[in-house]
Ligand binder design. Sequence first.
Ligand code: PLP
Length: 472
Amino acid sequence: MYSPEEFRKEAHKLVDWIADYYTEIEKYPVKAAIKPGSVFAQIPAAPPEAPEEMDAIFKDFQDIILPGITHWQNPSFFAYFPANSSFPSLLGDFLSSALGAQCMKWETSPSATELEEAVMIWLRKMTGLPDSFTGVIQDTASTSTLAAIISARERATGFAVNNNGMTSVMRVYCSSEAHSSVEKAVKIAGIGKNNLVKIQTDDQFRMNPAELEKAITGDLKRGLLPVCVVAAIGTTGSTAVDPLQDIAEICSKHRVWLHVDAAFAGSALLLPEYRWIIKGVEKADSLVFNPHKWLFTNFDCSAYFVKDVETLIDTFKLIPEYLRTQIPEHVNDYSNWGIQLGRRFRALKLWFVIRSFGIKGLQNRLREQLSIASELKSWIEQSPEFEILAPVHFNLVCFRFHPAGIDGLDELNRINEKLMLEVNKTGKMYITHTKLNGIFTLRMITAQTNVQHHHVKNGWDLIVEKSKSVLN
Ligand code: PLP
């Protein structure tokens, strides 16, 4: 066992290593390039009988583990959506680990509960969400969306499913571009994936509200029970923004729960000029966005806002005797606000981030990244051999290489996939893809905490250079 003095010595070494890691992060290949199974093969089949020295463990971390890490904190990480960190967030997370508090109830760590309550009010104010929403931190957007769908199920049935199980066929709606977490939630909630109705999108990948109305009225006529619509504000494929106001009208009319999935793009709400994306949100029932994506806060930290807290609590609350505490009425027991019983102290890192950056600092960083993306867009537009494939609302740019004389879909898809693989193979940057209307689409997002103009310019130059060789 370590003494506090031994811990101090090892921790100082580790902090030095971390500071060096961030200083030198651009020397590492962004995307891990190891053979499948090669890390596993280096881990002894049996755990050690005797204690090992930290030096030996740390050496193996460097030699075995590090080569198999994709460096999400490298500023040339342009893939997926980011999972950003920042130094204030790291410090908050250190402390949270050090305290090791399990924050399931107010009594099990009053500060964790009360800080979470306060920070979620801050976040609501910072994003311009109406006061009618109350926030709670969930682990991920997937869990938040699951909580929304289960709450919708219970509200629609007066909590009958919680008591008796499913007796009716329920329907959930989202666009064909919605995130796969909606389908997963529908499966877990017992609604069944065949009862997830994927509504067509328009030419900008937004849900078509007229099709939504048609689907709901058709289902009602057939005796099915519409319970929830999930609108996407910033789809994963292309950051399309569903027309919330129109969708909200339809949900109000049919008394269907409206959940807004703004997992990535919700951070843009810190910028008043982006608040148009949630016009109509006062009619929504819940909204999720992830500070662990684009608010410089370590994974995991998902902000779930809900209008009807009572329904959320009535859906999830369970108090067995061993968890019964004598607490004042007005405090929150967050384990009743979602799926997990045990909860990490996540509010701490978010508090550190918001205070260290300040609202202005956060806004500046977001605006810088948005402006770098609009430059990237203009380089692509000016390049006759490339084309933009979706509107650029935020800092995700969807595009493809389209050289003169090649117009076949399969051929274009093949060369763009090859281009992506070639670019990623260099280790200098990392981009990923999606398919939009069957078109292999390169996705490049300028949202890493430390991304600067020159990282994106170098990345774009590399794409152009590699495009010259993929036709062979
Ligand atoms: N919703 C959207 C729009 C996403 O893009 C993602 C992930 O990228 C998710 C939900 C799931 O996020 P999480 O990993 O927090 O569950």
